[in-house]
Design a protein around this ligand. Structure first.
Ligand code: XMP
Length: 507
C-alpha cells in the first residue's frame, strides 16, 4: 500500500508545481484530469483541486463530481478549486475589481484550524486570480484574510474540506509548504515514505515481476531520462536489457564516443550504431524545421527497429518517459509550435509491449534516482538536448561541413561554461549557426564568413525561460575563442530573447 494524494487538474499552469511540492514533502501524489477521479483506489488519502484558466461561471468551465468527493475524503481547493466549491455550494464568485496578482500578507488567521497550523498573521502568500469569492455558503467559514481579499481561505464546517484563494504551491507563498504539509500529512495522514531509495527498491522488484526472463530493448539518447531508465532496468534484469544508441550525425563534438564509453563503464549492454551517413543523405537540401524533425524521427525509428530485430525474442520496448510527458494535458488552444515527440511512433511500429519505469517521476526526482544508482554527476546534470540535435541549430540546409563548424563552436561555448563554473547555473545552452555571412577583417585580410548566435537560458521546466545573464568577460572570451579557432566564423552574437515570446531553440 502506498498513500497517495490525487491532484485534479483543471488546466492551471501551476498544477505540476503542486505535484512537485507534495513530492518534496516525501509524500506521494498523482495528477489526473479534473473529471477522472479514481473512486475505487483504496490508496488515495486526499484530493487537491487545482487552479484553472476558466472562471467558474464560464459556460465551458471544467466541472467535477464534487458531491461524490466532498465528505468522502479530505479536499483542498486551490484558487479555482476553492471558487468552484464555494460557487457550487451556493456562494458567489465575481470578477475582482482589478486582477489580483503578486505578494499579499495574511492579516487574519484562525490559529486553531488544522490547515493553518504554525501559520501566522503576517505570512506572505502569492495571489494570481481574476475572480474572487464574494460570499460563502452558510456552512463555509472564513479562516484567513488579506487586506484585499476577505475570503483568502475557508473551511467547511463538519467536513474535511478547505479552500484557499492564494497559491501555496508557488515559491513566493512563504507559508505554502507548511500549509501543504498540514493538509497532506496532518489532515490526510499520508506517510512520508516517498524517496529515491524507496522508489528504486519497489521499482526493481516490480520490474522483475513484470519482465521475468523476457528480453527488453531501450533507445539511449545520452540524456538523463533514458540513461537513468537504462541503469534502473540493468539493476533489475541485467543482461536481458539491450540498449541501442544511434548516432544520427547531429550530436555534439565527440558526444557519441564519450557517452558510449560512459555507458560501458556503467556496465550496460549497449550497441552503438553510427548511422550518420544515412541521415546526412536524407537531410540533404532540407531547410524546413518540421521536415527536419520528421526525417530524423522516422530515420531513428527505422535504424532502431532494424537493430532491435537482430536481437532474438525481444518482447519489450523500454523508454525513459517521465511524468511531465505523460500528464494528460488539458490543451486549451491545441496549437502545435514544435513537434517535440519525434519518436512517438516507435511503440506502434515495433509491436512490442511498452515498459516505462520512470513514468511517475518529475525531472529532479529522476536525477535523485540516478544519483542513488551511483551514476556520475556529469551524466546526471547534463543539459537537455533536442532529439534532432544540431539539425535544428543549423538554420537552413545541413551539410557535414556545417555540422563540423557548429560542433567546434558549440564545444568552445560548453567547455567554457564548465571551466568558468557556469554550466550548472544555466538550464541549457548551445550555439546556433546562422544562414548569414558578414564582412570582417582578420590581419590585413577582408573576410566574408558565417555568424553564430550563442544561446543560454535559465528555466525550471523549459515551458518558460529567460536568457542567462552570463558575465561579459566570459562572453568576450568565448567570442574571441570561437572567432580565432573556428574556421569560417567571423561574428558571434548573444541571444537575449526570453520564452515566451521566443522559444529556446531557434527552429
Ligand atoms: P523550445 O525550443 O520549444 O524547446 O522552447 C523547449 C525544450 O524542448 C527541446 N526541444 C526538443 N526536444 N525534440 C526534442 O526531443 C525536438 O524536436 C525538440 N525541439 C526542442 C529544447 O531543446 C528545449 O529543452
Amino acid at each position: 500500500m502506498q498513500d497517495k494524494i490525487i491532484i485534479l487538474d483543471f488546466g492551471s499552469q501551476t498544477t505540476q508545481l503542486i505535484g512537485r511540492r507534495v513530492r518534496d514533502l516525501s509524500t506521494y501524489c498523482e495528477i489526473g484530469p479534473y473529471n477522472k477521479f479514481p473512486f475505487d483506489d483504496p490508496e488515495v488519502t486526499g484530493v487537491i483541486l487545482s487552479g484553472s484558466p476558466f472562471s467558474v461561471y464560464d459556460e465551458k468551465a471544467f466541472k467535477t463530481d464534487l458531491a461524490r468527493l466532498r465528505g468522502r475524503l479530505p479536499v483542498l481547493g486551490i484558487c479555482y478549486g476553492a471558487q468552484l466549491m464555494a460557487y457550487e455550494g451556493g456562494g458567489s464568485v465575481e470578477p475582482a475589481p482589478s486582477r489580483e496578482y503578486g505578494r499579499a500578507i495574511l492579516s487574519a488567521v484562525k490559529g486553531d484550524d488544522p490547515l493553518l497550523k504554525d501559520i501566522e498573521v503576517g505570512s506572505q502568500v502569492w495571489m494570481s486570480h481574476g475572480d474572487t469569492i464574494t460570499s460563502l455558503p452558510a456552512d463555509f467559514k472564513v479562516i484567513a484574510s488579506t487586506k484585499e481579499v476577505a475570503i483568502a481561505a475557508y473551511h467547511v464546517e463538519g467536513e474535511q474540506t478547505w479552500g484557499v484563494q492564494f497559491h501555496p504551491e508557488v515559491f513566493h507563498s512563504k507559508c505554502g509548504t507548511q500549509l501543504l504539509e498540514n493538509f497532506v500529512v496532518g489532515i490526510c495522514g499520508s506517510k512520508k515514505a516517498w524517496s529515491a531509495e524507496s522508489f528504486i527498491d519497489t521499482t526493481v522488484k516490480s520490474l522483475r515481476e513484470q519482465l521475468g526472463d523476457d528480453k527488453v530493448v531501450l533507445g539511449l539518447s545520452g540524456g538523463v531520462d533514458s540513461s537513468v531508465a537504462a541503469v534502473l532496468l540493468n539493476r533489475a534484469i541485467g543482461k536481458n536489457l539491450t540498449c541501442i544508441f544511434v548516432d544520427h550525425g547531429m550530436l555534439r563534438k565527440d558526444e557519441f564516443r564519450n557517452v558510449l564509453h560512459d555507458y560501458e563503464c556503467l556496465g550496460l549492454n549497449v550497441i552503438g550504431v553510427d548511422a550518420s551517413a544515412h541521415f546526412f543523405k536524407e537531410l540533404a537540401g532540407v531547410t524546413e524545421p518540421e521536415r527536419k524533425r520528421k526525417i530524423i524521427g522516422k530515420g531513428f525509428i527505422d535504424v532502431f527497429d532494424a537493430e532491435a530485430h537482430k536481437i532474438k525474442d525481444v518482447k519489450w520496448l523500454a523508454q525513459g518517459t517521465i511524468y511531465p510527458d505523460c500528464i494528460e494535458s488539458l490543451s486549451i488552444t491545441g496549437t502545435v509550435i514544435k513537434s517535440h515527440h519525434n519518436v512517438g511512433g516507435l511503440p506502434e511500429k515495433m509491436n512490442l509491449k511498452l515498459c516505462e519505469p520512470l513514468r511517475l517521476l518529475f525531472k529532479d526526482e529522476v536525477r535523485a534516482v540516478g544519483r542513488s544508482l551511483g551514476m556520475p554527476e556529469h551524466l546526471i546534470k547534463r543539459h537537455p538536448f533536442p532529439g534532432p540535435g544540431l539539425a535544428v541549430r543549423i538554420l537552413g540546409d545541413i551539410t557535414s561541413e556545417k555540422v563540423k563548424t557548429l560542433q567546434e563552436a558549440d564545444h568552445i561555448f560548453i567547455q567554457g561554461l564548465r571551466d568558468w563554473g557556469l554550466y550548472d547555473e544555466v538550464w541549457q545552452a548551445g550555439v546556433v549557426l546562422l544562414p548569414v555571412q558578414s564582412v570582417g577583417v582578420m590581419g590585413d585580410e577582408r573576410t566574408y564568413e558565417r555568424a553564430v548566435a550563442l544561446r543560454a537560458v535559465t528555466s525550471t521546466d523549459a515551458m518558460t525561460a529567460d536568457w542567462a545573464h552570463l558575465p561579459y568577460d566570459f562572453l568576450a572570451k568565448v567570442s574571441n575563442d570561437i572567432i580565432n579557432q573556428v574556421r569560417g566564423v567571423n561574428r558571434v552574437c548573444y541571444d537575449i530573447s526570453s520564452k515566451p515570446p521566443s522559444t529556446i531553440e531557434w527552429e
